[in-house]
Ligand binder design. Structure first.
Ligand code: KG4
Ligand code: ZN
Length: 339
């Protein structure tokens, strides 16, 4: 294999069609086409998502190759998201990747989406320094909430995960009750900065071990809003920033409790975060503050590598090739793909 390895990454697990070109661990292009269509439905509509992926995939890949300044004939492999995600959406990216790889006579490499979020830390310009093994990864997004022990690139163990809603859903669903639009996470974050985090108290779930649960919190918030708006129809409007700050504060505390437990149980004090919710300022600040308070080393990658993107899929492809994993294993997409 030549010294320079060019990998095209393709990500289509949810509502973003993304393509990226990497030369070894260096990102040459990183293109994401979002899908505005879901906003008016207050959530991702799977059937519309796969249709939009079909419209976007060719121009997005084309743009990624052009921006990288290479021809598809220069590629050494194509990495695609194999799962988990929406089946119809995954199929669009996977079929395209396999067809193109076949035509070019190069390997197609199926990548686990959550491993992508974790291995994004090994992109050349993701962090000042990449984490060293072993480390703990906190992957928090609209679809997932996991604490993973990472012993090597492809040696990961899930220590805890959500039993019901993902953390992003906790933000989005409670934000929906507050009419914050979709997805509500960023707006909740913005308003939380203007409010009092101790204004209202919400009961935190009691879940054993390192697992999470967020559906109870959502219900508690629903009942709280119903009760308060019955007494004062203008309650939300008058208290929106305090409500957002209090919800965010509760979610941050849930995350910090589990991280403290995970670091105590494993003795590992290196924490790498990933997934769209890691953009949350409250979560970032709390985890970062653990450096002084608990002696943690924290790794927070560049924003464009934390939300869904294809560079994280590309880096996994590159690391797979380096590890001698050439794509001969099962490549079928799966909505519930395991590690
Ligand atoms: O990783 P991502 O882009 O896509 C999924 O794989 O889900 O994450 C999207 C999620 C949404 O739930 C969105 O509300 C949330 O990330 N999010 C945030 C913030 N920015 C994005 N949640 C809280 N605070 C933010 N600043
Ligand atoms: Zn994701």
């Amino acid at each position: 294999m030549s010294e320079k390895v060019y990998v095209l990454g393709i990500e289509s697990s949810c509502d973003d069609t993304a393509a990226a070109v990497l030369c070894n661990n260096l990102v040459l292009s990183n293109v994401v086409a979002g899908q505005k269509i879901h906003e008016s439905y207050g959530g991702v509509v799977p059937e519309l998502a796969s249709r939009a992926h079909q419209q976007h995939i060719v121009p997005v890949v084309d743009t990624a190759l052009k921006q990288a300044g290479i021809d598809k004939g220069d590629l050494n492999a194509i990495a695609f998201t194999q799962g988990p995600g929406l089946l119809g959406s995954l199929l669009v990216g996977a079929s395209f990747a396999k067809g193109l790889a076949n035509g070019l006579g190069i390997p197609a490499l199926g990548i686990h989406h959550m491993q992508g979020h974790i291995l994004a830390h090994f992109i050349a310009d993701a962090n000042e320094q990449s984490p060293t093994f072993p480390f703990l990864a906190l992957t928090i997004s609209g679809g997932h909430t996991q604490i993973v022990r990472v012993d090597d690139y492809f040696d990961m163990t899930i220590l805890g995960e959500t039993m019901d809603d993902a953390i992003g859903e906790a933000f989005d669903k409670s934000g929906k009750l507050l009419q914050l639009g979709y997805p509500a996470g960023p707006e909740m974050d913005r308003r939380a900065k203007l409010g009092n985090p101790k204004a209202f108290a919400f009961t935190k779930p009691t879940v054993d071990g390192l697992n999470f649960s967020f559906s109870g919190l959502k219900t508690a918030i629903l009942y709280f809003i119903q009760k308060e708006t019955k007494a004062n129809p203008d309650f939300i409007h008058q208290n929106i920033n305090d409500i957002c700050a209090s919800i965010q504060h509760t979610i941050v505390e849930i995350v910090m409790d589990k991280l403290l437990k995970a670091t105590a149980e494993t003795g590992i004090k290196k924490i790498a975060i990933g997934g769209g919710v890691s953009a949350n300022s409250g979560i970032r600040e709390a985890i970062k503050s653990g450096e002084g308070r608990f002696g943690w080393t924290t790794y927070i990658p560049k924003f464009e590598y934390t939300t869904d993107n294809a560079a994280m899929i590309g880096i996994c492809g590159y690391l797979k090739l380096q590890s001698g994993l050439t794509g001969s294993e099962d490549q079928e997409v799966s909505a519930r793909l395991k590690f």
